[in-house]
Design a protein around this ligand. Structure first.
Ligand code: HEC
Length: 234
């Protein structure tokens, strides 16, 4: 009996800690939503026009699905869904994106907990209404892709002046005069056309991975790859 009461008291306590009186439709908590957004931030920013893997979610609340200006990678199913983003549709999307819009392109399983979804929706709403500052850059999620350094300000050690390809090896020559060799399978080539991307003709070498054997060369555009990478053994 005493155990039962203690159990109820503990449950009640946990429930109050979790946010107190739960109204019929759970009101989300913006602060908690901002913290939960970490799991989205590898793919989404809430800064206007800052598109990443996924579209910017600035102004998503009240917008038609698949309609963020300047985002070029929407799937056809999402564009054709006819959805308008509000509390209900966002809740269903975040619960199980593939159930709501089969064949959409968001590689994300969903958020099972209804309170967490309510918090996320509250955060997206606050951000859309300009009430909440975008989450600080440099959070764990953002580090994956979002918080890119400004490559126009790369150090001489990172600026690439030439790349030679011989056998199975790339040799990158930097503006500081260093030559760095990579096994061909460990060097990746990317482009960055954003404002933080490299200047034209000035690709940037960035370390990748923990071991120091992998790197990425970022070009201003794909046409530069052909001029920079030369088959040459010396
Ligand atoms: C792995 C990357 C990834 C993650 C993680 C991710 N998303 Fe997405 N999201 C996308 C992509 C890509 C799309 C576009 C999907 C399409 O076009 O079918 C999208 C679309 C959306 C849309 C529709 C936007 C519009 O303009 O119609 C919303 C809302 C959204 N995501 C919210 C979230 C939230 C909130 C989270 C975190 C709980 C999240 N996403 C996690 C990649 C991701």
């Amino acid at each position: 009996m005493a155990n039962g009461i203690r159990f109820i008291a503990a449950a009640l306590c946990g429930w109050m800690l979790a946010g107190g009186n739960v109204p019929a439709r759970a009101e989300g908590n913006v602060q908690r939503g901002a913290a939960l957004f970490e799991q989205c931030a590898a793919c989404h920013s809430v800064e206007r026009s800052r598109h990443m893997t996924g579209p910017s979610l600035a102004g998503v609340f009240g917008r038609k699905a698949g309609a963020a200006e300047g985002f070029l990678r929407y799937s056809d199913p999402l564009k054709r869904s006819g959805l308008l983003w509000n509390e209900q549709s966002l809740d269903r999307w975040l619960k199980d994106p593939q159930a709501l819009v089969p064949g959409n392109g968001m590689a994300f399983r969903g958020v099972a907990d209804h309170r967490a979804r309510a918090d996320l929706v509250a955060y997206l709403k606050a951000v859309s209404e300009g009430k909440e500052a975008p989450v600080s850059r440099g959070g764990m999620g953002m580090m994956a892709q979002g918080a890119k350094a400004n490559l126009k300000q790369a150090a001489q050690d990172n600026l690439v002046t030439a790349i030679r390809y011989c056998g199975d090896t790339y040799r990158a020559i930097t503006a500081s005069g260093k030559t760095v060799a990579f096994w061909e399978f460990n060097l990746r080539f990317k482009t960055d056309s954003s404002a933080e991307g490299p200047d034209r003709g000035k690709p940037v070498l960035l370390p990748a991975g923990m071991m120091g054997d992998r790197a990425i060369v970022v070009f201003a555009g794909p046409e530069e790859m052909a001029t920079f990478i030369k088959r040459q053994c010396d």
